[in-house]
Design a protein around this ligand. Structure first.
Ligand SMILES: *Cc1c(COP(=O)(O)O)cnc(C)c1O
Length: 407
């Protein structure tokens, strides 16, 4: 029996949403691992992946991890997020960053999405901080700390997420964080290669995170990276990802660590993929341009935003249906696309409404739910053909024209 492969839904051949392209040096580097016996975390490829990535994004240090979620967990630990702290995070995101906050025993405070950029709304971060928080001398006597006057808990960090290959207003977030004695842990898992005002996202905060999961712009099968300019933070991240071992010879551990280190086999894939990143970005931008040109004049569609200060990669090309769209309309639309051989996915369900997080604090959430109901992502693999892209554009237009409900 044949198992399901990328590019198939059930047994039908369809245009997939986003699948990896593995046509560079992947085979050669993985073979090198096998030929030399370096398959686990030791060996040259992990170091090389870290070095190449740090150079690419322009940051001092990079520490490879088994996946992006583990990288977030470590980044929050390095930012000294502790049990019972609070961390500000957008509600319209993939769930990984929110789960990572809980792994630390801390509590998410959910921030709305800006309807224009679809990213965490900075004015609502400010609203929360000015209306509900005070900056006081830290309990342990070192420096200042931010306290939520309603819950009495310490607010330790902001965890902005750059979603869909776009960027949030990271410079304004960092400014606010400095005013309120907060750490910034940047989730750039979906934004490898995205720049904000010419500088790579993931490098603005105290610490940043990338993911190389199979559906990301480059993949190592599974993998993640913690990046920082602070050498002490990088050292701590490396220490925590390797079981917090304090001695190279004796098994001495002074803290609870994790086995989060990337393997050489995965890093070999990552190195080969990173070599092709610029080509992939060019292809994603060309796909985005084609969709935007074809769809932006339709009343019933809002195309992906492109703020002037953001150099987007459009990792996952996403559109919004008209403002009147209901959940059922959007689901019908996606099903119609799939019936015509085109994969499409909804945007993420806002996290503050999901069972594990329903009781958590929210800040003026007005737009995230509507974005979720109206949003869907379209096929945008870097390997897709002109003919496939043309098929996607025409099918989207035909279905919009055929369904009165979609206006
Ligand atoms: C993919 C992703 C991650 C990390 O995912 P892993 O699958 O653990 O590598 C984290 N945050 C966001 C926003 C993501 O999309």
């Amino acid at each position: 029996m044949q198992s399901e492969r990328p590019g198939t839904v059930g047994s039908e051949r369809i245009v997939p949403l986003s699948v990896p392209a593995l046509h560079g040096n992947e085979w050669r580097y993985v073979k090198e691992c096998l030929d030399t016996g370096w398959v686990s975390s030791a060996g040259p490829f992990v170091d090389r992946f870290e070095r190449d990535l740090a150079k690419y994004v322009g940051v001092g240090h990079a520490v490879a991890t088994v996946n992006g979620t583990a990288a977030l967990h470590i980044a929050l630990r390095v930012a000294l997020v502790r049990e019972d702290d609070e961390v500000l995070v957008p509600t319209l995101t993939f769930i990984a960053p929110v789960n990572a906050i809980r792994y630390c025993g801390a509590h998410p405070v959910f921030i709305d999405a800006d309807p224009a950029t679809w990213q965490m709304d900075v004015s609502k971060v400010r609203q929360f901080l000015t209306e509900q928080c005070s900056v006081e001398p830290a309990v342990d006597g070192i420096g200042m700390e931010c306290r939520n006057t309603r819950t009495g808990r310490r607010v330790r960090a902001i965890l902005p997420v750059h979603t869909l290959g776009l960027a949030c207003e990271i410079d304004r977030i960092v400014d606010l964080a400095r005013q309120y004695a907060l750490q910034v842990v940047e989730d750039a898992a979906e934004a490898m290669g995205v720049c904000y005002g010419g500088r790579h996202v993931g490098t603005f905060g105290d610490i940043g995170v990338f993911s190389f999961n199979g559906n990301k712009i480059i993949t190592s099968g599974g993998g993640g990276m913690v990046v920082t300019d602070n050498p002490a933070s990088a050292r701590l991240a490396r220490y925590l990802t390797t079981q917090a071992r304090d001695d190279q010879f004796e098994y001495l551990h002074n803290e609870v660590g994790y086995n989060y280190r990337l393997t050489s086999l995965q890093a070999a894939l990552g190195v080969a993929q990173l070599e092709q990143l610029n080509t992939f970005i060019a292809k994603k931008r060309a796909i985005a341009h084609t969709y935007a040109t074809a769809l932006r004049d339709l009343d019933c569609v809002t195309v992906m935003p492109c703020p002037p200060q953001v150099q987007s990669t459009y990792w996952l090309y996403t559109i919004l249906l008209s403002e009147e769209t209901m959940l059922t309309d959007r689901t019908i639309f996606i099903q119609a696309l799939r019936a015509r051989g085109i994969d499409a996915r909804p945007l993420w369900h806002p996290i503050h409404r999901l069972p594990p997080y329903r009781h958590c604090q929210t800040v003026a959430i007005e737009h995230s739910l509507a974005l979720y109901k109206r949003g869907l992502s379209l096929p945008c693999s870097v390997g897709m053909t002109e003919q496939q892209l043309h098929q996607c554009v025409t099918t989207v237009k035909e279905i919009l024209a055929a369904h009165g409900v979609l206006h």
